[in-house]
Each structure stands twice: as C-alpha cells, then as structure tokens.
Design a protein around this ligand. Sequence first.
Ligand code: HCA
Ligand code: CU
Length: 403
Amino acid sequence: MRSLAILDSTLREGEQFTSAFFTFEQRLKIARLLDAVGVEFIEVPSPAVSPEMRRTVQALCEIGLSAHVVAHVRCVEADVRAALDTSVFGLNLFYGTSAELRTYSHGRRIDQLLADAVPLIRLIRSTGRYVRFSAEDAFRSDLVDLLTVFDAVVEAGVQRIGLPDTVGIATPRQVERLVALCTERYPQVGIEFHGHNDTGCAIANTVAALEGGADCLDVTVMGIGERNGIASLSGLIAQLYIHYPELLETYDLTQLALLDHFVSECLDLPIPFNMPITAPGAFAHRAGVHTKAVLKNPRSYEVLAPADFGLMRSIDVGSRFTGRHAVGHRATALGLRLSNDEVCHLTQALRERAECGSLNQEEVDAFIHSWWEEGSVCRAERSGAGIALREGNQEKGSVTWEP
Ligand code: HCA
Ligand code: CU
C-alpha cells in the first residue's frame, strides 16, 4: 500500500490568514486535536520569529504528540540555528524560485539561492533532523530553474522536496504532470504539495498531486491561509474517504468536526457553508425529490456517511420545495398518526405557508401542531355529520401514513 502523510499547517500558514490569531493555549489545543485526527506533520512557524514563538514551538514538541512537529524556516543560517535549538522533528525550508519572487521578494539568482540553501541542508542533515526543501512559487518557475534547484537540494540530502502552488494558479492537470515528473526524476525523496485557493482549485490540485505521486499533502483547518487560503483538511479527507479510503485507516474521522469547530471559535469565523463534511448544512437535505430518496436510503444523495464523522443528517421540511415524504416523516416523529390524505393536505398547507419564507425546524413543528389542532376542531365540529377527515378516512380503511 502506498503511504501518504498529511501535513497540517494551521499553526503556520493558517495564522497568516488575515486577522487570525491563536493564543498559546489555543495553539496547544489545536495541535492536540490535529493529533487526535491523526495527521503526520504539524507545521509551525519559525522559532526565530520571536521568543514567544520559540516558547510555543518548544512546548508543542514537549506535549507528547504522535505527529511530527516541523518548523517552517527561511534559508537563513540564524533561522535554521534557532529551529535546531528547539526539539522540532525537522525543518521545512523554502525559497522562491520563480522570476517574480526572485525579482521582487528576495532578489537572489538561482546560483545564489543554492549557495544559501545547500550548506544549510547539509548542516541540518548533520544533526540527524528531517529536512524538506520547497521551491516557493514552483508553478510559475521556469522548469530548468526548478529542476536545477531540486537536483542540488536532493544531492545535498533533503528527504523531501516541496512543490507549492503559492499563488493558486495551477490546474489539476499541471499539478499532476509536474508532480509525476518530479516523482520519476527523484525516486529517492518524498514529494510534498501545497496548493493555494486563489482560483478555487486547492482541493482538486491537492488530489491531483496525490495522483501524480506526491506522498505529503499540505492542508489547514477550514483551508485558512494567506489570502483565501489553501486546501482544507476536511476537503482533502472527503476526497480520500471516497477515492482512497485505505489512506485514512489510521485517522479518527470523528475528531474532525471538533477540530473545525474549535478553530472556528478561536477565530470567531463561522465554518464556511460549503466546507466539505463540517459545514452546518453538509448533511442537510431539502427538496422533496431528495428527501424522499434519502429517507428510503441515504446513499441516494449522500456519498459521505455522516455517522462516520460523528455527525447527523437533517431533513429540512420547511421550504416551498418540501415533499410529502419528508412532511409525513416529521409528523410521525412528532407522534401524529396521519392518513395519506392528511399528509398530502398538510404538505400543501406547509408549502403554501413556505411561499412567504422558509421555516426552520421549530417553526415547522409549530405549524404541524397548529394544523393538527385546527383539524381536530373541524373534526369535532363535523363529527356529527360523519365527515371528520381523519376518523372518516380511517373508518373507510384508508391507509395511515407510513414513512
Ligand atoms: C509562505 C509561502 C508558502 C510556502 C509553502 C512551502 C507557499 O507563506 O511562506 O513551504 O511549501 O505557499 O509557497 O506557504
Ligand atoms: Cu502557502
């Protein structure tokens, strides 16, 4: 079986998300939750950032996580030494290789950046630590430059090379091809991919990297990161669950929602409505056609089983699109025994009411109760004439609603 490592960078890339801030305690709790989910790597910022960051990184190394803590470090000797001064498992080095970053970011030529990086890689390897080198902005880099850099860093002893799509520009096909090329050229090292979401392809690109041969995929909780972030942990897990379930065998998927909720609380940022698995509506079904089928067999419209993630599905009954199966099901759950005709009438009444605006679950329940009570009055009034809707139907042997 092929192996896959998920690297979560919520504590590094994630805190580069605009207005994000995690306290010391929150960082520790996020790391524990990530560990409970089962990610292999937790990426943290460079300990050289500040004494407080150094304290945090060291604390994260000492709380007994199974995940490997790796520091994201520039190819600058002081930064590398600051990271080596902590107990991190390894260092994730990065250096911009595209013309854009070489010109406007660090201003170094390819030969100059290699002169910086190669001795540092050797230094890190001499301490026995893990080292990965990422060519920042790989997908806007000239292929010859990129391979020149990777040839040198692989030769210097890195265990993994990283291909970040720093500006979210790549298509899945480009990612798969470049990763496949590197997998073939550098069979002795692992390949990592880190995909930004500027054009909405982060998760697709991350899965394409896996299919191209990458063995380490970067994510953050809810996809937070610079600008509009990178691939989300939930999004990647949703894809793996369906297409590569064997790669999730060591994961505890029931911890995922707790993690997303905790980070969402820390940032005072709701989980996005379209977040796979953990969005509030990820397992909510609405239109009559859908709810009828889902009530018969959830697999009709659910490819992810909510229970596997410790979650529950919901049936939204309060819309103008509602159907009698959903309404009958809800009425039964409320303890009412309705005939088929009654369910049809109730559904019609509910739909008419929902034309003025959708109802939430509480409003639906209140509507059903008051509809039922009004019906009882009518039934009582009419009972002398023998035309009470419900009892009358039952007398005639009409079928009681069965969900
Ligand atoms: C950054 C850039 C980075 C690095 C990714 C990596 C990117 O914020 O420093 O080290 O693989 O997207 O290129 O996040
Ligand atoms: Cu990034």
